[in-house]
Design a protein around this ligand. Structure first.
Ligand code: CS2
Ligand code: MN
Length: 355
């Protein structure tokens, strides 16, 4: 198990690599190149510069989150073949600089969706929440909502250029149901996984967040059956999962512990996001501090499922609250994620020593 921390880059955020380096037992950065438009090849010189910058700070760069998949691939347009070629080239370029895992998602139009990016907890901290009644019917409203609550930063998966065309995007998806989306996903995986096998990079799909349909859009990475489908459609250890405990558990019907155990055992989890959520009522929830007693998930049970089933990949704390007066990208402050990392490392040490 190797602990990592997501970092968006020096031009994108104020948290410094030197600060991340001071988190006890922090080993690596989960990196990205936020400014490369979706669908374009990631240039080697940019990857090289990112790696050198991170290594100069005493950290490693083995995981990328995300290389986003162009909507034309998800919709299945003729232009997808060119975008797939570009994706393969990006995989090759990343492999050249020692990248081992690429996290991505296959959600139509939106990446994650939350109703509130500044949900106040009793202790005065701020977190992200999903309250179904507060999700507007018109998807354009949710875009405005997210944009307004984050005036400082561009949020990943919410690139303004792309979302400004949200009506056209919805129109383009009108004939894409779950079956069609699955067919397009299979087409994509069959095309790229041989390249991954050749150069030694593992693909790791992030579950849908939330793991059910919203705005009438299909969702196909939402439960055990979907993950099983994924593993079988291209049966390769290079076709894996970013098991995000928070996202999977947002549907109370999902048994996050059993899913974690099964897919660790099948060696399909090269990367895990480990976070807690607290249900408010029904499926409504907020993102809680990592420690078990604050949320609805038992973090010991999650890490034990990983440990006992041979997990040896990368792990990161997921979203944290904004605490101690920190401001910035919602979910991605320094302090609470650092506390999360230390807590997860503590549980892991106990699991190792108990054996
Ligand atoms: C992340 C996702 O911040 C988050 O919610 O977990 O945005 C994740 O990076 C993407 O879905 C992966 O492509
Ligand atoms: Mn996640």
């Amino acid at each position: 198990m190797e602990m990592t921390f997501r970092w968006y880059g020096a031009n994108e955020e104020k948290i410094k690599l030197e600060e991340i380096r001071q988190i006890p037992a922090m080993k690596g950065i989960v990196g990205t190149l936020m400014d490369i438009p979706v669908g374009e090849v990631w240039p080697k010189e940019r990857i090289k510069a990112l790696k050198e910058e991170i290594e100069a700070a005493g950290l490693t760069l083995k995981v990328i989150e995300s290389v986003n998949v162009h909507d034309d691939i998800k919709i299945g347009l003729p232009s997808r073949d060119q975008y797939i070629e570009n994706y393969k080239q990006t995989i090759r370029n990343l492999a050249e600089f020692g990248i081992e895992v690429i996290c991505y998602n296959f959600m139509p139009v939106f990446d994650w969706v939350k109703s509130d990016l500044d949900y106040r907890l009793e202790d005065g901290s701020s977190t992200l929440a999903y309250v179904a009644a507060d999700i507007p019917e018109d998807p354009e409203e949710i875009i405005k909502k997210v944009e307004n609550s984050s005036n400082e930063f561009e949020l990943p998966g919410w690139e303004p250029e792309r979302l400004s065309q949200v009506k056209a995007l919805f129109e383009a998806y009108k004939d894409v149901d779950e079956a069609k989306l699955r067919e397009n996903f299979a087409y994509f995986l069959k095309a790229i996984i041989p390249t991954c096998e050749e150069v030694g990079v593992k693909m790791a799909v992030h579950p849908d967040d939330p793991p059910y349909s919203i705005f009438g859009l299909p969702r196909i990475v939402k439960n055990r059956e979907d993950l099983d489908w994924l593993c079988n459609v291209v049966d390769s250890p290079y076709n894996g999962i970013t098991l995000c405990t928070g996202s999977i558990a947002e549907d109370p019907a999902n048994d996050v512990y059993a899913i974690m155990a099964e897919f660790c055992k099948r060696d399909r989890i090269p990367f895990a996001h480990v976070r807690n959520i607290k249900f408010i009522q029904d499926k409504d929830f907020y993102e809680a501090p990592h420690k078990s007693e604050y949320g609805s998930l038992d973090m010991f049970k999650i890490l034990k499922a990983m440990h006992d089933n041979g997990f040896d990949g990368y792990i990161r704390p997921d979203h944290g609250r904004m605490i101690w007066g920190e401001t910035g990208r919602p979910g991605y402050g320094l302090y609470d994620r650092a506390l999360g990392a230390v807590y997860l490392n503590g549980i892991w040490e106990a699991l190792e020593k108990a054996n």
